[in-house]
Structure formats: C-alpha cells, structure tokens
Design a protein around this ligand. Structure first.
Ligand SMILES: [Zn+2]
Length: 267
C-alpha cells in the first residue's frame, strides 16, 4: 500500500466531515473572547452513532442544548470573536484534560457509550489530534494575536446545563463558574442578581477546577486573563425565542461590565 493512501485512511475525519472549529467575528473588536466547548453534536462519519440511539444523541450528554443559538447571537451583538467546537463531547470532551475519565466518556449520566469502550490508544490519539487540539490551538492563537496587537482579552466560556440531573432538579437559571479569577465572576454575579428575575448560581451546579475543566484553567488562568464560565439552564434556551432573550440580556450585561472593568483597570 502506498504510504500516502495509508495516511489518508488512518485519519478520523474524512473529506465529508466538516472541520471541528467554528468561528464567528474573528476580527471582532470586543475585549470578550467567547468559547463554546460543547457547541455541537456532530460525530465523525467513521464513528457511526457510537452505538447510541438518535434520542440519546440529542440529549444533554452529547452537547450543551441551546447554547449555539445564544453564543452566535451574543458574538454578533458584542462584535466578539467566538470559537466553538462542532463535534460532540461524546467523541472527546474539549473541556476535560486529556486522559481524564470523562475526556472520552464510557458513561455519561446513566448512559453507556458503546463506541467509547475499549478504545485503543491510537484511536484516542486521533480524537485528540483531529478534534481537541485544533480547537485549543485556535483559542491559543487568538489570544496570542490579540496580545501582539496589544488588545485586551477577557475569556468567557459559555455552557448550558440540564434542568434535571440524575433525578435532581436544579433551581438556578444562570450561573457564573470560576476558580481563581476574583475580578469578573463577582461583577457578573452582581449583574445577574440585579436583574431581579433570575435564580443565580454561584459556582452552581458546578465549580471550575483543574481536574474537571480545561478551557478556563489553561487559556484563562494559566495565561493570567480575566475570565469566567457561564452556565444557562437548558429549558430556558431550548427555542429561538429563549436564545434571543438570553443573548440580548447577556450582551447588555457584558457592555455594562466592560465599562466597569476597564474603568477599574485604568484607575
Ligand atoms: Zn458545557
């Protein structure tokens, strides 16, 4: 066999698979750099359906339901660069350290993912090299080029959470998630609470930490960027009207925060 042919066939993504990274407003002027680790639920054709039914592949275990419609609109409202991952977190989770049990999950909530069982090292490496790495390389490049241009970067990583997990209902509408940043999350929490109609989660239903997160620790904290995670409950953004409302609300809040943040930085 010709080695060129061998290389071609050994790739995970084929000619008919779309690229992993979606970007919007690449030259956007906002200081906010938006990331969406669980934006899409695509599967590489080679992986078939991972042994799951279509209904399982539409659930929150496969992606962050509703977030795509929020982050795209928010990116437009703010003229903010958005970097999003189109492949499902069931292929490889772009917000988990490589090698973590939940990186290529064999179980998610109560579902077994047959296509992830007994994966060879080589197959796991392909998922990393073709899906995880290009996404994080792009975030890294974007931060580097902004630094070269002496443009500020505030990293905002957007997610959505299921209203009921393992039988337990979650009361929060929206949350700020953080670990080491002491600047942006308090501003955001204050702004969310000032809305008056929101049940606000402070590091609920999750907190950021190095073992279970990747984007904020690696791109935000390790590089010294002001950063936060945001989580929105999925039933509130399940349709376009909810996505529009939350995008508009977040755009307004972020404009206010931008003014405060940069006034404080200059002071
Ligand atoms: Zn997520």
């Amino acid at each position: 066999m010709d080695s060129g042919v061998f290389l071609e066939t050994s790739l995970l993504l084929g000619a008919n698979d779309p690229p992993p990274v979606l970007e919007k407003n690449v030259g956007g002027r906002s200081p906010f750099l938006l990331t969406s680790d669980h934006y899409g639920r695509r599967l590489p054709k080679k992986l078939g359906d991972l042994g799951l039914s279509e209904s399982e592949l539409e659930r929150h275990i496969a992606w962050d339901i509703g977030i795509a419609g929020v982050v795209e609109r928010l990116s437009d409202h703010l003229d903010a660069h958005l970097i999003a991952q189109c492949y499902s977190r069931l292929v490889i989770d772009c917000n988990r350290p490589i090698g973590a049990a939940s990186s290529i999950p064999v179980f998610s909530e109560a579902t077994t993912i047959p296509g992830n069982e007994g994966l060879s090292r080589q197959d796991a490496d392909r998922r990393q090299h073709e899906i995880f790495d290009p996404y994080h390389v792009r975030i890294d490049q974007a931060i580097n080029s902004r630094a070269r241009e002496k443009r500020p970067t505030v990293l905002v990583s957007l997610h959505s959470f299921t209203p009921v997990y393992a039988g337990v209902e979650r009361p929060w509408h929206i949350a700020a998630l953080y670990q080491r940043d002491t600047i942006l999350p308090p501003l955001l929490l204050r702004a969310f609470r000032a809305e008056g109609d929101l049940v606000v989660g402070d590091n609920e239903p999750y907190a950021v930490n190095d073992a279970t997160d990747y984007t904020i620790p690696v791109h935000g904290e390790a590089r010294g960027l002001v950063n936060t995670g945001i989580e929105i409950r999925q039933d509130l953004i399940a349709d376009q009207s909810g996505q529009r409302q939350y995008a508009e609300r977040l755009a307004r809040i972020f404009r206010e925060i931008e003014a405060t943040l940069f006034a404080e930085v200059k002071a």
